[in-house]
Design a protein around this ligand. Structure first.
Ligand code: IMP
Length: 433
């Protein structure tokens, strides 16, 4: 029995869904353990291309248990749409289970998310506007509505009778927004609860049953560790409790930390970021456009459709996330996007006010002034998309992977060279890039 966690090592969109799709083969259960439908995975397999927001990427393997666990905030409308979208394309959701302890994103969360961004003005976070942050604020503030309430009409009514007037007061008095109608919200969410009821159970117990039976578990993080409330680039982070880092996986799934065997950190071969906040290696020129648009899949957000900010690999920020997650193996994705460059800069330190720093500053104002110090690595200018063995990668590409691995302080075990399931190189034990 093994429990593995897959986390994003940067600002999200590192290709975790693609990795989970690959690794799910060996697992009995695949679990989404944090965040909400602010996350988005694109998975391409023999059935086509799919955008997933809440359902674990293991859903494409028949017979695997796919769990949305207690740490996730779910928008029932989004989840039902995702279920219907998969079913209509012949992907069964029979083995999907939803935790009765997961929190529910309500319409006032979406309204508050947008109103709050407007109120922040220039200091806006650039959220996905899906109500995820406000739902976690309510979780911590003990105002949340959980799936256990959603599927019990009486409990839902009682809870909503207290929470909705409270939230309407916030909407009206703080944001000057329209209040929501009790009957409309109650009836709509009661119906969602009725439709989702068949998926709901105590998922922590289910996972422990599977583990007791010797089954492997794959815990799928959402977003990236640099968006984490504690370890990330605060305040330009995502609100999720528990955190999307490896340490949050146990809390979010109801599994103790002693049960976790492996932490796989997924890193893109360069950096991307959506939303606001400092990004020292961001390229605002034509090279940034090339990184964004010239790969087989353009760098456009799966959830919001926003173009991603692109830049060179930032080893300072990435090493920070390897450290705080206890990453045991790194997966390097989208190496093929770098195929055309004659040289590839990697940021190994920052210069701030004339001083060199090699660790991620806590202060946003310092991070905003950080200028990247680059080490120039030789490009390979050859097509890597068809390479399946490490030995067949051009020497410069191997040197690039080797250097990233040194800078992260972690071995790179998987390299992806394209979006298709088979476009991956597994580094065998004893084989070094
Ligand atoms: P929120 O999670 O919608 O509150 O947004 C907070 C920040 O996290 C914004 O910069 C979002 O763009 C970013 N963010 C949230 N989810 C993801 C994700 O899955 N990928 C990349 N960025 C994300």
């Amino acid at each position: 029995m093994a429990v593995r966690v897959v986390i994003g090592g940067q600002w999200g969109d590192e290709g975790k869904g693609r990795l989970v799709d690959l690794l799910a083969r060996d697992a009995r259960a695949i679990v989404r353990y944090s965040a909400g439908n602010n996350a988005g995975h694109t998975v391409i397999n023999e059935r086509g291309e799919f955008a997933l927001h809440l359902i674990p990427a293991g859903i494409f393997y028949p017979g695997k248990v796919c769990v949305i666990s207690n740490g996730v905030a779910i928008d029932p409308a989004v989840l039902l749409k995702e279920i219907e979208g998969l079913e209509s394309r012949g992907v069964s959701t029979e083995n999907l289970v939803l935790s009765d302890r997961a929190h529910v994103i309500m319409p006032y969360h979406v309204a508050i998310d947008r109103a709050d961004e407007a109120l922040r003005g220039k200091a806006a976070i650039g959220t996905t506007g899906r109500g995820v942050g406000p739902a976690f604020v309510d979780k911590v503030g003990r105002l949340g509505i959980r799936v256990a309430d959603l599927v019990d009409p009486k409990a839902l009514r009682t809870r909503l009778e207290f929470v909705l007037p409270y939230k309407n007061a916030v909407l009206e008095r703080l944001y000057g927004a329209e209040p929501l109608d009790f009957t409309a919200v109650y009836e709509c969410y009661r119906d969602y609860g009725e439709r989702l009821g068949r998926y709901v159970r105590d998922t922590a117990l289910l996972l422990h049953e599977i583990m007791g039976d010797g089954g492997d578990i794959l815990l799928e993080g959402a977003q990236g560790s640099l968006l984490d409330l504690d370890s990330g680039t605060y305040e330009y982070v995502s609100s999720s409790v528990p955190s999307s880092t490896a340490a949050g996986a146990g809390v979010g799934a109801g599994i103790g930390p002693t049960e976790i065997d492996e932490v796989i950190g997924v890193y893109k071969a360069y950096m991307t970021r959506v939303g606001n906040g400092p990004m020292p290696t961001e390229l605002l020129d034509e090279t940034g456009d090339i990184l964004r648009m010239e790969g087989p899949r353009p760098e456009i957000g799966t959830t919001t459709g926003r173009p991603r900010r692109c830049g060179w690999f930032d080893a300072v920020a990435s090493r920070h996330s390897a450290l705080v997650n206890g990453v045991t193996m790194a997966a390097l994705t989208r190496l093929d996007v770098l195929d055309r460059f004659p040289t590839i800069p990697v940021c190994t330190a920052y210069r701030v006010d004339g001083k060199l720093i090699t660790t991620l500053p806590a202060s946003t104002s310092i991070f905003a002034r950080a200028e990247p110090i680059y080490e120039e690595l030789a490009g390979w200018q050859a097509d890597t998309s068809k390479v399946r063995n490490l030995a067949d990668l051009p020497e410069q590409a191997r040197a690039y992977v080797r250097r990233i691995s040194e800078l992260l302080g972690v071995d790179v075990g998987i390299i992806s060279v394209g979006p298709e399931r088979d476009q991956a190189i597994f580094v065998r034990a004893g084989e070094a890039p």
